[in-house]
Design a protein. Structure first.
Length: 190
């Protein structure tokens, strides 16, 4: 059945030729066209498949063997495709609809790895909030009792009134980012 539609924009299978012959001493040869990487080539020297990086390298139109091919050897070079350049999205153009959460279990977050050069899955914990409230237990004007209220690892909720009345607060969490919202309140987000 014939192909109907737009022609393919990337990839091709093409034989490449060399302009020089093998003489037993030369290692650099000029190919009939430039290639972006040796990884797009299949090089067969006298019936033996050569491995890129070990047996040969490529730079533009120059094919360089690690050792000189013997005089009279035959070669077949097949270009398997082109390099496909994938564009980097512009700032603030990737939203929730473009991201997939398939395969990410509950309680997991994307985080930057320790080397700072890649993303990896990490564990998220529930934010633990500790609220400290000082009280005067015997009405003598001295705050003599400390009450600590906690969210119990995210199991309990603290009301706005309790939070607002607290003398001090402390947050503990992993996998969270803390920031101020538009009202100036501290918020934690995964």
């Amino acid at each position: 059945m014939p192909y109907v539609g737009r022609g393919l924009q990337t990839g091709e299978y093409k034989l490449i030729t060399l302009t020089e012959s093998f003489d037993g001493s030369r290692t650099d040869f000029t190919m009939s066209e430039s290639v972006p990487s040796e990884r797009v080539l299949m090089v067969i020297l006298s019936g033996v498949l050569q491995h890129w990086g070990e047996s040969f390298t490529v730079s533009g139109t120059t094919l360089t063997f690690t050792g000189p091919p013997s005089s009279g050897e035959t070669i077949k070079i097949l270009k398997l495709g082109d390099t496909l350049n994938i564009a980097t999205p512009s700032q603030n153009t990737v939203g929730v609809a473009q991201l997939s959460t398939a395969g990410i279990a509950a309680g997991k977050v994307f985080k930057v790895n320790d080397a700072g050069n890649a993303w990896e899955l990490g564990n998220a914990s529930s934010a633990e909030i500790y609220i400290f409230t000082m009280t005067d237990t015997n009405s003598d004007g001295v705050l003599d009792s400390l009450q600590v209220t906690t969210t119990n690892g995210g199991q309990d909720n603290i009301t706005n009134a309790v939070y607002a009345a607290a003398d001090d607060k402390m947050f503990a969490a992993s996998g969270f980012t803390f920031s101020l919202n538009s009202s100036g309140h501290l918020i934690a987000t995964i």
